[in-house]
Design a protein around this ligand. Structure first.
Ligand code: GLN
Ligand code: ZN
Length: 775
């Protein structure tokens, strides 16, 4: 039985790629040195897979930034604005590539980067292809051929090139002008695929993996036709290449028959995300065909050890129906979304030995895949029995561990009542009570929470974490920064102040470290985009708040001023979404446990005299399931969790929430159902377009549409901010409006922050005058 892999993390087990790329961008290493760093990582990855016993090893899964961007270069879909770089004499391809990813401001050119967006429901971001009506494609980059030869040389066997399937590649892109649909371009794209596959065939390729994850999305007839056309075309041209179409992340839904009928040699399915898929497929006429089935059994999105017995059950079912020769064993998707190697976790201050034995990272997952293939060959062997016993013992130990189980927490979640999810009074009553108590002007001004995390702040935290600075010194420093921030906010006349979040490095990690049930790896990095990596917390057990987490800092900040200081918390859905979540209970239960912990914090803040509390939920939208039919269920528990966290306070306490990078149109009802007294959202980049959803819906509660883009150092003028405010005031009741930036300011520097906020306050003051004059 063939064990294969769909893709391996490319950042390197010690983030070598991040370090090399950033040094290259800073001009500290040469082009050749960067290429060498890439070669080094690829070689190590291939050998790791070979040593683990993987038979079919992927190539072209490496990327210096993003595999979708690689493909845009391969098929020459380079947006016109980058032509000056293409034509520049002596220009190197890598600089063009990075310019497309990151923008280019040199030699009198100012080229805006291509858009970046989330890869399905992961935290990985890809570079969105841009298409025009007259788009042409041609074979431009030879990366895939070079890496094929390179892999073949390193491995001494034939690797499996991985490429985006033609339909998914087009669907992931965007039409940059009207008058056409991107799938209209398929006929122009397919000949380039033909060229690419011919050349790979000449080079000796046998298997080709075409990633078509869009196959799991809701699709219409146009899309379905595109898949049929594409694979009929490739099949006719390449009767002798083995084509493997890879789907992942969800069930096929309405595409089931389409997928099972594709004229290809193998179909990969994700049995972690969609365990029912196997039965569904075995009920179609797939059984009567020759196509092989690649079973995605080892979770490529999470880090828990595999339930080998359960996986073996899937394999046996598949082989009984299809025969051994038609079954392949694999991870559920590319291992890109998992950290590299659990063996780099050597420090028990991170993962304790007990927790560590429940975990597998990418390298260990290869071992699981191979083990499963071996076990399936010899189900009765002593070795198989032993592996099963060991695995069952670990799973049982995990189930029963003291570390995981907190009966009181489980009980609380089970007994959640309507009272837990409702504020005492409805919004209109709360609003008048809060207005009386807070006595804020019209167009109250505030910020979203964080202030610039300067070099000094980061250095101080790093020193403290390394033990080079005592907690007293560190906290003194944070107190000073907070005090400066409060004084400064008073001085420029902001109405609702924040403490600045100087004590936090990350809005999820900070809370994870203070909550029980979370663990942190030392080296568990996962690529987020380009050179940027994140180290998600690991939620392994029932979540519990041993003591107050933010009260001390918030109370301190409030003690410095008479103006209200906003308490600042991260919401349960966002904490869940940005962590590796335990797989032994439904996500909704874990989310509710977090919600209760946050609720206790909210109540404690209220007790400490904090009048306004913000619960950030920037990730609520990205948690949406990939298939629409699952939205209702998710939104139901997500909204419930938020309401649990927010509903423990009296009417007089004002609850804010904040969301960014979201389209709100299709989830406006659930957003209203959060029933936050105030929501602040990102709107400035779209020139308030995102506000339309709220206007059309007659959104009843208060709202702060962001009036300036914090992603850019550019300082908006008072007039610009006024214009945006006016747009908002034209369509929403003035008494509901707040004035604030799009998001937190931690990535900005102080000079631009100071000027921008001054302009913002001035715009609000002008707006107040205008309203006063018209009354
Ligand atoms: N309160 C957080 C901050 O200001 C919110 C961050 C976010 O929305 N991503 O940094
Ligand atoms: Zn934000």
């Amino acid at each position: 039985m063939v064990a294969h892999n769909l893709g391996y993390p490319r950042i390197g087990s010690h983030r070598e790629l991040k370090k090399a790329s950033e040094q290259y961008w800073a001009g500290k290493i040469s082009h050749d040195q960067l290429l060498e760093a890439g070669r080094h990582i690829r070689r190590a990855n291939w050998l790791t897979q070979q040593q683990a016993g993987i038979q079919l090893i992927p190539c072209n899964d490496f990327s210096f930034y993003d595999q979708t961007l690689d493909w845009s270069l391969t098929v020459d879909a380079i947006p016109a604005r980058f032509r000056p770089l293409v034509e520049k004499p002596g220009a190197n391809e890598l600089d063009l590539y990075f310019a497309m990813a990151r923008g280019y401001q040199q030699n009198g050119l100012d080229l805006i980067a291509m858009e970046m967006t989330k890869w399905f429901d992961t935290n990985y971001h890809y570079i969105v292809p841009e298409f025009t009506q007259n788009q042409t494609f041609s074979l431009r980059s030879d990366k895939i051929f070079r890496e094929f030869v390179e892999a073949k040389t390193v491995l001494g066997t034939v690797p499996k090139p991985v490429l985006p399937g033609p339909v998914t590649y087009l669907l992931l892109g965007k039409e940059k002008e009207g008058g056409f649909h991107r799938l209209d371009l398929l006929d122009r794209l397919l000949p380039v695929y033909e060229q690419i596959l011919s050349r790979l065939q000449e080079q000796g390729a046998e298997w080709i993996q075409l990633d078509e994850p869009c196959l799991v999305l809701n699709s219409d007839e146009r899309q379905q036709l595109a898949y049929r056309t594409a694979y009929r075309f490739l099949r006719e041209r390449f009767p002798n290449l083995k084509l493997l179409v890879a789907s992942y992340f969800e069930c096929f839904g309405e595409n089931l028959n389409l997928a099972t009928q594709l004229p290809v040699d193998a179909l990969h399915i994700d049995l972690v995300r969609c365990p029912s898929q196997l039965d569904d497929i075995l009920q179609t006429d797939f059984v009567t065909k020759k196509t092989a089935l690649s079973l995605g059994l080892v979770d490529g999105r999470n880090i828990w050890i595999n339930d080998l017995n359960r996986s073996l059950g899937f394999i046996q079912k598949a082989t009984a129906a299809l025969g051994k020769d038609r079954v392949l064993i694999a991870p559920s998707c590319s291992l890109l979304h998992t950290p590299c190697d659990l063996n780099s976790e050597t420090d028990a201050s991170g993962l304790t030995p007990e927790i560590k034995q429940w975990l597998v990272f990418a390298k260990q997952k290869l071992g699981e895949v191979v083990k499963l293939a071996t076990m399936a060959e010899q189900p009765e062997s002593e070795q198989t029995q032993q592996w099963l016993r060991e695995n069952e013992a670990l799973l049982a130990a995990r189930r029963q561990s003291q570390l995981i189980n907190r009966p009181a927490v489980q009980e609380r979640v089970r007994k959640v009542t309507d009272q837990d999810i409702n504020r005492t009074s409805a919004f209109p009553e709360r609003q008048s009570i809060q207005h009386q108590r807070l006595n804020l002007p019209l167009f109250p001004t505030t910020t979203i929470g964080s202030f610039p995390q300067t070099e000094e702040v980061r250095v101080n935290r790093a020193k403290f974490k390394k033990g080079e600075k005592t907690i007293e010194h560190y906290e003194d420093f944070i107190r000073q920064e907070t005090e400066k921030a409060i004084r400064w906010q008073e001085e420029i006349g902001l109405d609702v102040l924040v403490h600045g979040e100087f004590e936090r490095n990350d809005m999820v990690e900070y809370f994870g470290e203070l909550l029980d049930g979370f663990a942190f790896s030392q080296n568990g990095w996962v690529q987020s985009y380009g050179s940027r990596c994140v180290k998600p917390p690991i939620i392994y057990g029932d979540v519990y708040r041993p003591e107050a987490m933010t009260v001390r800092w918030t109370e301190f900040a409030q003690s410095l001023t008479d103006k209200p200081v906003k308490g600042m918390l991260t919401g349960p859905v966002t904490i869940l979404q940005w962590s590796f979540v335990r797989d032994d209970q439904p996500r909704r239960d874990t989310c509710l446990q977090i919600a209760f912990a946050i609720r206790d914090e909210v109540v404690d803040l209220e007790k400490a005299g904090i009048r306004i509390i913000q619960i950030d939920e920037p990730a609520i939208r990205e948690g949406l399931p990939l298939r629409r039919e699952n939205w209702v269920n998710y939104l139901d528990w997500a909204v419930r969790a938020f309401r649990v966290s927010a509903s423990g306070v009296g009417d007089e306490t004002q609850i804010h929430t904040h969301m960014c990078y979201s389209e709100f149109n299709d989830i406006i009802q659930p957003i209203a159902d959060l029933d936050a007294d105030v929501i602040t959202i990102e709107t400035s980049r779209s020139q308030m377009e995102l506000l339309d959803a709220f206007v059309q819906f007659n959104y009843p509660n208060e709202i702060g549409p962001g009036v300036y883009d914090i992603h850019s150092p550019r300082v908006p003028t008072t007039d610009e901010i006024m214009a945006l405010l006016k747009k908002a005031a034209d369509v929403l009741p003035v008494r509901n409006l707040w004035v604030n930036p799009d998001c937190g300011l931690k990535t900005r520097r102080w000079p631009e922050t100071e000027q921008a906020l001054k302009n913002m306050v001035q715009a609000a003051q002008t707006a107040r005058k205008l309203v006063a004059e018209t009354v």
